[in-house]
Design a protein around this ligand. Sequence first.
Ligand code: SF4
Length: 714
Amino acid sequence: MSDPDPEDRDPVPTTCMRCAVGCGHLHHRVDTGYGIGSAQGDVSHPVNRGMACPRGIEESVDPDGEWLERPLIRKGSTLVATTWEDALDRAVSGLSAALERDPDGVAVLGSGQQTNEAAYALGKLARGGFGTRYYDANTTLCMASAVTAYYDAFGSDAPPCTYDDIDGAETHLVWGANPAVAHPVMFRWIAESARDDDSRLVVVDPVGTKTAGVADDHVALDLGTDLALARAVLARVLERGEVDREFVESATTGFEEVADSLPSVASAAETAGVSVETVDLLAEALSDPTLVYWGMGVNQSVQGTDTAGALIDLCLATGNLGPGTGPFSLTGQANSMGTRVCSSKGSWPGQRPFDDPAERRTVADAWGVPVDRLPDDPGPGPVGTLEAVDDGPVEAVWAVATNPVAGMPDATAVRERLEDSFLVVQDAFRTETVELADVVLPAATWGESDGTATNMERRVSRVRPAMETPPGIRTDLDIVTTVGERVVPGLFGAADPEPVFEEFAALTAGTPADLSGVSYDRLDDAGAVRWPAPDAASEGGYRYLAGADETAGRTGGDASWAFETPSGRARFSTGEHGGVAEPTDEEYPLVLTTAREADGYNTGVRSRGAATPDAPLARAHPDTLSETGLDPDADRATLGSRRGSVPVRPEADPAVPRELVWLPVHHPRTNELTLPDTDPRSDEPNFKQCAVRLRPAGADRDAVAVDAEATGDD
Ligand code: SF4
C-alpha cells in the first residue's frame, strides 16, 4: 500500500500541495523520463469534486525551479557533486559533532511542505533523537498567531468550522486575507455563497486586493490597526444590544473583562482610520450568520495573537459559533495543519501539551527514548532559533524543505547566521539557502512522494507519487530516517510511509486531534477524512458541539458545547491595540507591507525560475511615487529600511494607500527589508509592517558615498 506501482496507477489520485485548500488531483506521468505530464481536479475527491485552479495545475506539472539531481558538498566557495554516502557521512558527522557538545547544538527547521509522515519523523528525530529545543517549522512564520489564539479561546488548535459551513453563512467577513489569490477554489465557494440573496462579502484590508475588488463592502483601515478596529466593532455590538447573552453566559468565560476594557467606538475607529459608520456596518454584518476568515494580515504582526483572539471574540459575542458560522483562519502552506498536529513543534503529536509530565512520558515511551532527553520547552521560534547561532548553543542547522534566506525577516542577518553555522539543506530545488549549504541532500518533491497531508479544515488526504523516484534523489522520509538511524540507532523501526503514519496516528488516540481511526485503507476508500476521527467509522464535523446536526444553525440550537479548556467553556481574550512595531519617521516616512501574487507560493522557488527579475515589483499610489521625486517613467527605484536597501521596479497603483509601499512575499530580496520583531506569544514575525523610504535609483548609494567623503572613509 505504501509503495504503489506508478505504472499501474495512471492517472494517480493525489493531493495538490500548492495551498492548504487540499484539492484532490489526478496526475498523469510523462510518457518517458520523469515528471508529471498533466494534472486535473479529481471529481471523486470529497474536498473539491473536480475543481482546481491554474496555479495548482501548472506548478504541479511544470515547476520553474532548478531541480537538484545529486547530493552536493561545499568545496571552498562552490558546491560540487558527490555520492549519497559521502554527503550523508558529512551531514551525520557535522550534526553529531554539534550534538556531542550540546543537544541544543543542532537546530532543525522543518516545513509545511512535507508530508505528515516526513514531518512526524523529523520531529521525532529532533525532539526524541537529538533532544534539541531549537526545532521549528516555517509554519510559525504564518499560522502560529492563529494557533495560539485557538488554544487561548478553545483549548485546542484548528478552526471549529469546515468547508461545509461556507454555504450556510450569510456574511462572509474576510479580514487581512486575499483568498481570491491565495485560495482560489475555496474563494469560489465563498463568492458563490455571498452572491445569494441576503448574503454579502465584506473585506477588511488596507489594500484594494482582488478579493476586496469583488466585495460588497471594502473596509480600508490603516495598516497595523486591526486590533483597534476589532475592538471598536465589539464595542459597537455591545451598544447595539446584539450580544448573544444566552450563549455568552452558558458557554464562555471572560466576557465582562473584555467588555470593561473596550475603547469607545469613536476613539478606536479614529485609531483605525475609519468612520463610526464603517464600524457600524461591520457590527451589523455580524448580526447575520457569519464566517470570519483571516490570514497573514492578522497573524504576521507583533499583535497577531491578540488580533486573532479579538476576531474569535467577535464570533463568541455575537453567537457566531455553530453550523454556518465561526472563526476560520486561512492556512497558506499545504500541510501546515498536518505539521501542527504531528511534528512535535509546539505540542506533542495529537496536540499533547508540551510541558505535561504524563504526556511527555507517553511520547517518550512510544518512541523508546528516555523522557529526560525530551527538551523542556518548545523553543523560541525560527527567528530566535537562528539568533541562537549568534548568542546561543546552535552550531549546526538542518533545513528541510524550507528557504529561510528568502523567507525569514531581516534576511541579511539570517544569511550571515547560516554562513556561520554548519548547514545541511534538504530540498528538491536550488534555493538561496542551498547556495550557503555545506551539504545538500536532494529530496523528492510532491509528485514523487508517498504519504498524507492535512488541509486547513482538518482533512487528511493521500499524497501519491505519479512516478518512481528519479535516480540521485531520495524522499524526505527516507533521508530523515536514514540520518536518524545513523545518529540515534534504533529510533526508527519503520521507514515506509504507511507504518510511520500508523505510528503517528496511534499516538493521537484519545487526544483532541485524534485521528487514530484514519488508515491508508480508509483513505483509499473515502478519499479524505477529517479529524477528530477516533475510530474507523467516525469523522470530525463542527468541533466542540455535541448533538449538532446540519440544521442546528448558529450556536448549535439545542446542542451543547464542550470546549477543550479546563472549564469546558470558550474564553474571551483581553488584547488591546498597542501601536505598530516600527512607526514611520522623517527618515523612513512610508510603510512597507508584503503580500502574495496570484502565481506565487512561499518564496517562489517553484514559480520564479531563472527569469526572476533582479528587483521586486513595488506597488505604490501614483501620488506617493510623484511625492518621492520619481520620474513617472522610472523603471527602477531604491527601497530602504533600517535593515537594508534593495532595488525595486516601481508601479503606480491607486489601490495601494498613499502611505504604503507593497512588495510581493515571493521575491528573494523582499525580506532584506522586513523587521525581525515577533509576537511575544506566538513567535510569529511582524512581516506586514515596517518603516521604509523610497528614493530614485542609486540615491541611497549616492548618500552613502557622500557620507563616506564627509568622514574620510574609503
Ligand atoms: S486551490 Fe490550492 S489546493 Fe486547490 S488546486 Fe489550487 S493550489 Fe491546489
